[in-house]
Structure formats: C-alpha cells, structure tokens
Design a protein around this ligand. Structure first.
Ligand code: SF4
Length: 568
C-alpha cells in the first residue's frame, strides 16, 4: 500500500498546503488545478491568472462562505431566496480554472457578494424573529467593499492557506470547495435551460458554511465530501434532463473534421442552450457553425443537429487553442471554461459569453449574438476542404438501446472488457499515457470515453466488434452521468455490482469539474480507479492514504503495465 502511495507521479509531502520550496516571496497562492506549479502557483498562474485576479477570487470564495453562513441558518428556519442561491452558482463557477481572468468583473461580484450577505442575514433574522445570538465568524460579518485595489488587498488576507486549520481538514475542505465549483458549472448550464434543484443550493450553503465551523473534525468533512459527490450526481442528472428534454437524446452521429465553404463561427465550451440560440440566429445568414473542444458531443443531439449549418468540429485539444485559432478565419466564442490567453493573431475576433471573461475581449452577456455574427460576416471564412469523420452521440439512451447486443457480445466472449478512458486534457507531460493506453487496448475490448481527454485518441480508427464501435463517445464531462447509467444497467443485466463488471476507470483530471466527478464515483463506491497524470497538490498524504485504503484508487503507471494488471 505504501508503495502505491509513494508511486504517485510528482508527489511529495512538501506539495501540500505549504509554500513551494525556494519561493520566499509569494504574490498569490492557488493549487486548485492539475497544472499548479511546484505544488501551487505563487508568482502568476500557469493558466494565466494574475495575482490580483487570484486575490479577488479568494475574496469572492471567502465572501460566499459568509453568505452561506446566513443562508444555511435561514434555511434551517424555513427561509430561502432564489437570487442568493443563483448568486452562489455564479460565484463558484466564476472561480473555476480558465473561466474569468478579468479583475474588474470579479470585483463586481465581490461587491454583489456583500449585498447578498446583508440580504441573507436579513432573511435569517426575519425567519428567526430576531438577531442571531451566537458567535458570527469574520467571513459572515458585514463589510463595505471599496475600490478594486482594496478588494485585492482584502483577498490577499483571505487566501487558500490557513495555518490555523489542520492540514488534513484543510485538504478535505478544499476538495469540497473544488467539487462545489465543478457542480456549480453544471447547475448553471441546467439553470440556463430552466431546470434547478433545491438540494443543490441547500448543500452549497451547508458545506460552505461548515468550512467556517471550527468545531467540525476531519470525518465531518469526509462525510460532506461524499455528500458533495451525491450532489454532483443529481446535478449531472438534472443537466442530462435539461439537455435531453430540450434537444432530444443524443444519437450516433458522424462529425466532419474538415471545413465547408463559407463564413464561420467557432463555439467552444459546454453550454448547449447558448449554441442553440446561436444556431437560430445564424440560420439562413450564410454562416457555418463549428464546435470546438467539449462542444463536440452537441452534434449528436437531434435538436441541434437539425441545423444544417452546424457543419463540423474544428481543432484538437483545448490547450492547443492559441496555435489553432490563428487558422480559423471566422469569429470565435467561448461559452464556458477553457479560455487561455488569446494570441494577437485572433484576439480581435474572439468573444466570450456569460461568466467567461478576458480583459479587452468582448463579452456577450445575454443571448443576442449579432456582434459575433457581424464579425463572422466580415471575415473571409473557409474554402471547401472536407476531411475525416468521427462518431459521437453514444449517450445512455443510445447505448442502452442496444444493450441486448452488448450483453450478448459479452456473454459470447466477443467483448472481454470495457475501459472508460475519460476526463480532462491538459498541457503537462504524462498525458500521452492516455493515447498509448487507448492504442494498446486489445481488439476484443471496448473503450467508452467522455470529456475533452478524448482528443488524445478520438481521431484514431478502432474498428468495431460485431457492429458495435470499439470507441463510444458518451459526451461531455457532465455526461459521466450517462456512463454511470450504462454501468449500473450492465451491472443489473449481469446481476452483479458495478465493481464486479469487466469495466475499468482510467481517468485524467485537470480542473474542478473532474474533482466533482471523482467525488461522485467515490460516493457510488466505485473502486480501483486509476487517476492521472499527477496527484492533486491539495491532497495531503493522510487524505491520500484514506482514498487508497477505502477505494483502492491508484496512479496511472505505464499503459502496458496497467493493461497487464487489469486484464491479467
Ligand atoms: S487555476 Fe491552476 S494554473 Fe491557474 S493559478 Fe490556480 S493552480 Fe495555477
């Protein structure tokens, strides 16, 4: 067991909740994503986040803990406020990696947080019939926000590091907060479509408020972390319902990787409702729409694929955007996380939507995409250059629709094993493992994939087994819900538990949505997950030990070695 813990790539005890060695002067501290430098970005974010933005995000999270303190207490008295609930989703989603790099926009949210705090306290006092008589933590006390510079200074005092908290407790608290950030993004997409679930808000207030409660111990937070996994499951289910009610269940669909002649708009992100609106507004205007990154599965939804000008998928991994976008002769818009520092080669035709912000890049706040369409019409667009096609659209409805065929193939020995190779992609080394793993999966095994890690291998030819494609693209990261539905249905058919299925989880992580999904898998009791490319810097050795002991979670090794270990 100890060997397994020691074998985590890049792992060292100095990486957790402590200043990176050799970094005496810190401008900031953030360790929430996989590309954290030396255990935490301390000069400037590897993602491009500057110290002022980091401090403002820290202040925003601190302020939301204060709101949660009062909102949770108000809920205990039966009072709630949907504007406060929605603000929490916005605030958490804003602090996800690669979402908002604009200091002034985050400062506005911190000012809104002060108002929401006042509102939440008033909500409680009204429901309580008088003021609270216990101790109020500093984060929950009123504050008058000043200038952006003053908020930056305040945020610097309320950063992630807190020596007054036991490192293991702090580790689990951060896991919970990152899990919440992840599901907040999914809940936000569902809310844009019009669906929400009050359990999500109740847990958000309870768990954020708990981080201010010094009487709680490690196992209290472990319990809250498992509950975070359950909340993410119901959030993914909610988003699945929102998407499939609106656009139908995905169906297997070939997606063109080449280009069609005509003006062009590229959409990157996860929000399907935003894509639908853009498709409506571009219909008949001679503008073709392409998907990028996590938007690829949009092609499988009947309600979106019916637009004939949704013509294909452009580019590869999200982290290659600066290089690839230079060659896109149209307008480009990000509707969720994944934006990187824009290169000058395309910055003037780049847009963001909703909570995504980059300084000096035009943000579309609502659903009027006229500026994007006008920009696309002013640009040359593509010449016709059709290329290869790849398949997407294997959501739970499509896969379970051929469940009998799949089960028969397993029983007949034609399918030996399923590998779910999914999760985020990223720029750091070590991710070639996932390409090699997929390439080396024996020809009598099926690969299920989801999220953007698929760009490591989704253009390779894997063939089929008796008509069942060997590579099934289930969808976006939130479609982990579909993967879980498929696994549960297979377990039911074979009258066994999910852990007893010939199914292995080979996961890659990058940002906080992956943390939420991992917590969901742990909440469901899924064991033997292989995770890479490196251990999160916010996990202490004792917390890692807990995960290994209880879930047998382990690091990726070599593709060959891991396959041998799994298949025997
Ligand atoms: S989000 Fe990731 S890359 Fe950006 S500052 Fe934080 S740890 Fe560093």
């Amino acid at each position: 067991m100890k060997n397994k813990i020691k074998s985590w790539l890049g792992f060292s005890t100095s990486t957790t909740n402590a200043a990176p060695k050799g970094e005496e002067m810190e401008n900031m501290f953030c360790y929430q994503c996989e590309q954290a430098a030396n255990g935490g970005c301390s000069k400037v974010g590897v993602c491009g986040k500057k110290p002022d933005v980091a401090a403002l995000q820290d202040q925003l999270v601190y302020s939301m803990k204060g709101i949660a303190f009062w909102a949770h207490k108000a809920r205990e008295k039966g009072a709630k406020d949907s504007a406060i609930d929605h603000f929490m989703l916005d605030g958490l989603f804003t602090t996800v990696t690669n979402v908002d790099f604009d200091a002034e926009e985050i400062a506005k949210l911190v000012r809104d947080a002060a108002k929401n705090r006042d509102k939440a306290q008033a909500l409680f006092e009204k429901a309580n019939g008088g003021p609270f008589t216990g101790d109020v933590p500093d984060a929950a006390k009123p504050f008058t926000p000043g200038s952006t510079d003053q908020l930056v200074a305040l945020g610097a005092e309320h950063g992630v590091k807190d020596d007054s908290i036991d490192p293991d407790v702090k580790s689990v608290q951060e896991i919970i907060i990152y899990g919440m950030k992840g599901y907040a993004a999914y809940a936000h997409h569902a809310l844009v479509i019009g669906l929400e679930n009050d359990e999500i808000y109740a847990y958000t207030h309870q768990a954020l408020s708990a981080t201010l409660d010094k009487s709680l111990g490690l196992m209290d937070f472990v319990g809250l972390a498992m509950e975070c996994g359950r909340i993410n499951l119901i959030t993914m289910q909610l988003l699945d319902k929102a998407n499939t009610d609106s656009f139908g269940h995905p169906v297997p669909t070939p997606v063109q990787l080449g280009t069609k002649a005509g003006k062009a708009i590229l959409v990157s992100g996860h929000d399907l409702r935003m894509l639908e609106e853009l498709l409506k507004q571009t219909e008949g205007k001679g503008v073709n729409v392409y998907t990028h990154g996590e938007m690829l599965p949009a092609h499988g939804y009947p309600g979106l694929k019916k637009y004939t000008h949704l013509v294909g998928n452009f580019g590869g991994a999200w982290q290659d955007q600066a290089k690839e976008f230079a060659g896109f002769p149209g307008a480009i818009i990000f509707n969720t996380n994944c934006i990187q520092r824009p290169a000058e080669t395309y910055k003037d035709r780049l847009f963001t939507w909703g909570l995504v912000q980059w300084p000096d890049v035009k943000n579309i706040a609502g659903m009027d995409f006229s500026p994007v369409i006008e920009k696309a019409l002013s640009l040359p667009g593509f010449e016709e250059n059709l290329g290869k096609e790849i398949l997407t659209g294997f959501g739970h409805n499509a896969v379970l629709g051929v469940a009998d065929k799949v089960i028969d193939a397993v029983k007949a020995g034609q399918i030996r094993h399923f590998f779910l190779i999914g999760g985020c992609d990223g720029a750091k080394s070590g991710r070639n493992y996932y390409t090699e793993f997929a390439e080396k999966v024996p020809s009598d095994c099926v690969i299920l994939t989801l999220a953007c890690g698929k760009y490591r291998f989704n253009k390779l030819d894997f063939g089929d087994i008796g008509g069942i494609p060997r590579l099934l693209d289930i969808g976006q990261c939130n479609d982990a819900y579909s993967a879980i539905q498929i696994a549960v249905a297979l377990a039911g058919a074979f009258k066994c538990g999910v852990n007893d299925l010939p199914l292995s989880f080979i996961l890659s992580w990058y940002e906080q949505k992956a943390v939420a999904i991992l917590l969901t898998l742990l909440h469901l009791g899924i064991k033997d997950i292989k995770l890479g490319p490196t251990l999160p810097a916010f996990i202490t050795p004792n917390v890692l030990n807990f995960l290994v002991e209880n879930f047998n979670i382990g690091p990726i090794g070599t593709a060959e070695g891991d396959l041998k270990q799994i298949l025997g």
